[in-house]
Structure formats: structure tokens, C-alpha cells
Design a protein around this ligand. Structure first.
Ligand SMILES: C[S@@+](CC[C@H](N)C(=O)[O-])C[C@H]1O[C@@H](n2cnc3c(N)ncnc32)[C@H](O)[C@@H]1O
Length: 324
């Protein structure tokens, strides 16, 4: 297995590095002048490139291998949002939505997450045994134990937690060892982890009126399969086709939607269109799973006042695996 390390920009040079400082690095990279840039006391190595993922930049150290230094600090996302940067409006809206979600999660969704993971632990995570390395995309602040359960967490060799939202990633008070990054530009080399897990993330990619409906999901699947040497284990929220059609009408009126939930039918078709075959497909109506069916949740993040018993929601949980 290829050894992967990655360093967060704030760890570069050992001191706190602001977003504007990091522009200097980018300028230097563009001008080809990398001499004199080092990544600090913890890792005295020269930086010979920068891997860019949306507004996050990862120095590449010693010949193209992204570096992860234990104990580095996460860049505060608010600084990034407020600084002049290249984030699209929809991405800014999504990050704001996640900031709110990080506060609501414990109150409404922890129980739902636990119920979803039970299925993954029983039917899917056995394939990680034997020391697999795992990259969890859209991690939302979970440790390996919280996500995989003790029975599986002890059987993997590495667990990388990556999320685009600082607030989600740190919502449980963990501030070390996670990776701020974008699912579409993973700061990892080809085939550098065994498995990728992605739970409840795809509907947060959103949609824009006029965009090719399938393009984002296909781009994500290809990017994930570039990095995973064995496969992708996916759990995703899905709706019946009539509800997906209703969302498309709303999309036409609104112009963009920061969250868009696909139907099971569309999701599986899109996976196939990306050139892979979904295997071990399980679909469960959310009301049939634990937590208790009368648990109330706000199904639309932006309207916390609208709470509905989980048994009445038309959501399905769709599980599948893509193998390489
Ligand atoms: C509903 S939460 C799921 C969190 C966690 N996987 C779980 O099961 O509890 C969705 C997560 O996906 C993250 N996310 C959305 N789009 C992303 C992207 N393009 N790159 C990385 N993370 C993303 C969000 O920030 C959020 O934390």
C-alpha cells in the first residue's frame, strides 16, 4: 500500500498560517520558486507542490505524496468564508447549512445515524477486516469507533475522516487528525486507500438548474474510485420517484438547491452510467428502521420548526458497494 501523509496549511512552517499567507505559497508554486518553503519543525521537508481542492490547499512534500502530520490543526472555515476566495454561492450556502446542521445533529439525528450504521456494521463493514485503510468522505465529525463500531474499528489499519465543513468535522470536539477537503478533489494519491465509505453525503452535493443531472455524482464516483484500491461502500438517502420529480420542479423555480435527494432508481442508474456496477444493494424505508418510528425530525434542514415523525417520511436508506 502506498504510504499517505498530508499536511494542513496551518501546520506548514510550524506557525499559524493564514489563508492569505497560503496565497504566497500558491504564487511561489506558479512561479516555480519553491526553494525556501519548508513545512516546519514537525516535518522538515521541502514543499514541492500544492494540491488544490476548492479553497483548501495541501502542500505536497517530497515527490508528490500528500502529507498528513499527526496533530495538525484544522483551518477555521469562517476565515475562509469571509476571505476573498473562489467559493461558489451554492457552496457557501451549503457550508452555512452544515454549520446549522452541526448544531442540530445531536438533538435530532444522532439516533438516525446510529440506526443507519447498524446495517452497515452488520452487512458491510466485515469486508474491512484484515487491516484495510479507510477514507470516510463527508465524515461529519465521527471517529472510527463511532462510525464503524468497536467490532470493526479495531480491525482497520487507518481511518481518515474527511469533510468539507469545519463545523461538521469538529462538532464532537475532535480537532486533530481530520482532513478538511472536497469529495470532488480528494487530496490522496491514486489507489492510496483500500476502501472509501460515504454515508448520507451525495444529496448534499446539490443541483443547479440547467446542469447535467448526473454529472456531479459521476464525477464523485470516478474520483472516489481513483483513490480507492478495493471499493466504495455507500449509504445514501433516497426518495420515491414522484418526490424526485417534485424536487425537479422546485429546482426549475429556485434555480439551485443546496440539497437534492435522488430516487433509488436514479442513483443506481447513475452509478452504472459512471461505469461501475452497484452490488449488495439494500433499500430500507427509514420508518422501518430503528430509531422508534415516532421519533420526530426536521426533514428539511432550513426549516427546523417543521418536525415530522420519522415513520411518515418518504425517505429510503439505500446501501450499495462498488468494487474495483
Ligand atoms: C448528512 S452529513 C453526514 C455525516 C456523516 N457521514 C454521518 O453519517 O453522520 C453530510 C456531510 O457531507 C459533507 N459534505 C457535503 N458535500 C461535501 C463535499 N463536496 N466534500 C466533502 N464533504 C462534503 C457535509 O459537510 C456533511 O458533514
Amino acid at each position: 500500500m502506498i504510504k499517505i501523509f498530508m499536511v494542513n496549511l496551518s501546520a506548514v512552517s510550524g506557525d499559524k498560517l493564514s489563508y492569505s499567507d497560503s496565497r504566497d505559497i500558491i504564487d511561489k508554486v506558479h512561479s516555480g520558486d519553491l526553494g525556501g518553503l519548508y513545512c516546519g519543525e514537525s516535518l522538515p521537508a521541502a514543499i514541492d507542490g500544492v494540491l488544490q481542492s476548492n479553497s483548501y490547499m495541501y502542500p505536497i512534500i517530497n515527490g508528490g505524496v500528500p502529507m498528513l502530520v499527526e496533530g495538525y490543526h484544522l483551518v477555521n472555515q469562517n476565515e475562509m468564508l469571509n476571505s476573498e476566495n473562489r467559493l461558489e454561492d451554492m457552496v457557501k450556502a451549503q457550508l452555512k447549512q452544515m454549520e446549522k446542521f452541526s448544531e442540530m445533529h445531536k438533538k435530532y439525528y444522532d439516533q438516525v445515524t446510529e440506526a443507519q450504521q447498524k446495517v452497515l456494521r452488520e452487512d458491510y463493514y466485515g469486508m474491512l477486516h484484515g487491516g484495510a485503510s479507510v477514507l470516510d468522505i463527508g465524515n461529519g465529525g465521527l471517529t472510527a469507533h463511532a462510525q464503524l463500531g468497536a467490532e470493526h474499528a479495531d480491525k482497520v489499519s487507518r481511518f481518515f475522516a474527511l469533510d468539507r465543513s469545519y463545523h461538521m468535522l469538529t462538532r464532537n470536539g475532535i480537532h486533530d487528525g481530520q482532513i478538511i477537503g472536497d469529495a470532488f478533489k480528494l487530496p490522496f494519491a491514486d489507489n492510496s486507500v483500500d476502501y472509501i465509505t460515504v454515508n448520507g453525503v451525495l444529496h448534499h452535493f446539490g443541483r443547479k438548474r440547467g446542469d447535467d443531472r448526473d454529472a456531479k455524482l459521476i464525477a464523485f464516483i470516478k474520483e472516489a474510485m481513483r483513490v480507492a484500491s478495493k471499493g466504495l461502500i455507500c449509504l445514501e438517502l433516497a426518495v420515491p420517484r414522484y418526490a424526485e420529480f417534485a424536487e425537479s420542479v422546485v429546482l426549475r423555480v429556485m434555480g439551485d438547491m443546496p440539497t437534492f435527494v435522488f430516487s433509488t432508481h436514479s442513483l443506481l442508474k447513475i452509478v452504472e452510467k459512471s461505469g461501475f456496477k452497484p452490488e449488495q444493494v439494500i433499500s430500507k424505508r427509514i420508518g422501518q428502521m430503528l430509531p422508534p418510528p415516532l421519533t420526530v425530525v426536521p426533514p428539511i434542514l432550513d426549516y427546523e420548526w417543521l418536525k415530522i415523525p420519522i415513520v411518515l417520511l418518504p425517505y429510503y436508506m439505500l446501501y450499495f458497494v462498488i468494487r474495483k
